[in-house]
Design a protein around this ligand. Structure first.
Ligand SMILES: N[C@@H](CCC(=O)N[C@@H](CS)C(=O)NCC(=O)O)C(=O)O
Length: 210
């Protein structure tokens, strides 16, 4: 059984928990509190030199980092991971977009505004850029979703999972989705998918960071 190193309030970790739940794949969950530096201990750095979660142990001593790479791994061979050439490339396109345009802005705003006490004051200088760039990313998504129900292949895929994680948290970090009706309808559509679990759902936690 795979072991997932994850934190319950991490959007990147939630992507993996969401995919595993949807696919009904059992796993061991290890909660890593990044706010307590648990991803920067020598033991954890030996598993992932980036010092970040999520991290999946795919075989004894073999670790896979980067949420979107983990999504491809766990969903490989299922409907969630498109196999034909153009749909696979389009899924990658949106997953790179997520990492480059959405997560560094909405993810950063969520981390500092929703998770870190006093984070708003500490990051006042960065907030304006995060808001501007985050809204720009939401605008790109709105345009696509005005014409399509899902991001790729006309059905729910790991591209939706990747983009859902931080978009569904946007309202917790100052973003107002009122101007993005197609994004809001898509959020509802994803939440209604069979096997969907909310961010605070998790299987039994086997241990604190080990
Ligand atoms: N690109 C990575 C980003 C992972 C990431 O930023 N993880 C954060 C939590 S959401 C983390 O572990 N931060 C702790 C640290 O950097 O010390 C991914 O998609 O998995």
């Amino acid at each position: 059984m795979h072991t997932l190193y994850s934190m319950h309030r991490s959007g990147n970790s939630y992507k993996v928990r969401l995919a595993l739940a949807r696919l009904g794949i059992p796993y061991r969950l290890v909660e890593v509190d990044i706010l307590q530096g648990e991803s920067r201990t020598p033991e954890f750095l030996a598993k992932n030199p980036s010092g970040q979660i999520p991290l999946l142990e795919v075989a004894p001593g073999r670790y896979l980092a980067e949420s979107n790479a983990i999504l491809w791994y766990v969903a490989g061979g299922t409907m969630l991971a498109p196999e034909d050439r153009i749909h696979r490339a389009e899924a990658l396109q949106w997953m790179f977009f997520e990492q480059h345009s959405l997560e560094p802005n909405i993810g950063a705003a969520f981390f500092w505004l929703a998770l870190i006490k006093g984070g708003r004051d500490l990051q006042q200088h960065a907030l304006e850029d995060w808001m501007e760039n985050g809204y720009r990313a939401l605008g790109v998504m709105e345009q696509h979703l005005s014409n399509y129900r899902y991001f790729v292949a006309d059905h729910y895929t790991i591209a939706d999972i990747a983009l859902y994680a931080y978009t569904h948290l946007a309202h917790e970090c100052d973003f107002d989705l009122a101007r993005f009706p197609a994004v809001r309808r898509w959020l509802d559509r994803v939440a209604a998918e069979p096997g969907h679990v909310p961010m605070d759902w998790h299987p039994e936690i086997v241990d604190a960071a080990e």
